[in-house]
Design a protein. Structure first.
Length: 239
């Protein structure tokens, strides 16, 4: 794994507890190949997930005083979804610090959106344990906070499932169906892949830590494809 000094410089943080920061990059797949008994980053990910939800909730509450609770929830979901967190992890080049099993490495684990999103949350958890709330704020200012105005302006946080259902019902008088096409990981850290189907033709696919997030991602994917190739053109495979 690469030296963390470059990451410290990028974040503007001098990590006091190097062991905790290193733990943030230990993927569970690595444990089977480790010569010593070491913990994975899953507990830090758990902590970071809660910290992230708190910080984004507070930011939205303070900066969007006119938004009702439902829209605040949707906007927060757009900010903390897998793809957004993965992009922030790529921005910080977190993938290069990961410790992965040989198999996970070969399958492209350093670029896997789910792994990167989990690593970003684990990093937040470790930074909090190392230095408290201020350095967490500094990371979020550099990554997620700057994305929120565009997400809000584009209205991309709107409920994609509801939008897609309305379009499909209006145009062809039926409703889309969501099916789990794949799930992996232990019970406490599942990763779901969901497909959305219209008359048995798949129009979109999405991934998430729960079925609801995966369904929203699938609906977003389907909306984009529907705009490019509407159902009534005769092309029903969503491609």
């Amino acid at each position: 794994m690469n030296d963390l000094s470059k990451l410290e410089k990028e974040l503007g943080i001098n990590f006091k507890d190097k062991a905790t920061i290193r733990q943030a990059f230990i993927h569970r797949s690595f444990l089977n190949e480790a010569r010593e008994k070491i913990p994975s980053n899953e507990r830090l990910e758990f902590l970071g997930d809660s910290i992230l939800s708190y910080f984004i909730s507070e930011y939205l509450y303070r900066n969007y005083p006119k938004l009702p609770e439902g829209e605040l929830t949707n906007l927060r979901s757009s900010v903390v979804k897998t793809s957004t967190l993965s992009d922030s992890a790529k921005q910080l080049d977190l993938g290069k610090y990961l410790k992965l099993s040989h198999g996970e490495e070969e399958s492209g684990g350093r670029l896997n959106p789910s792994i990167l999103a989990d690593t970003f949350e684990a990093l937040l958890g470790s930074v909090y344990m190392d230095g408290g709330l201020p350095p967490v704020t500094a990371i979020l200012k550099k990554t997620l906070y700057v994305l929120i105005p565009k997400i809000y302006k584009d209205k991309s946080y709107k409920d994609a499932k509801s939008s897609f259902q309305e379009i499909v019902q209006n145009e062809i008088k039926t409703s889309p169906v969501y099916r789990v096409v794949k799930e992996k990981g232990p019970d406490h850290a599942k990763q779901f892949t969901v497909g959305v189907f219209v008359n048995d033709s798949k129009w979109g696919e999405g991934m998430g830590k729960n079925k609801q997030e995966a369904e929203q991602q699938a609906a977003t994917d389907a909306l984009e494809k529907w705009k490019r190739t509407p159902y009534n053109t005769g092309n029903q495979d969503g491609s």
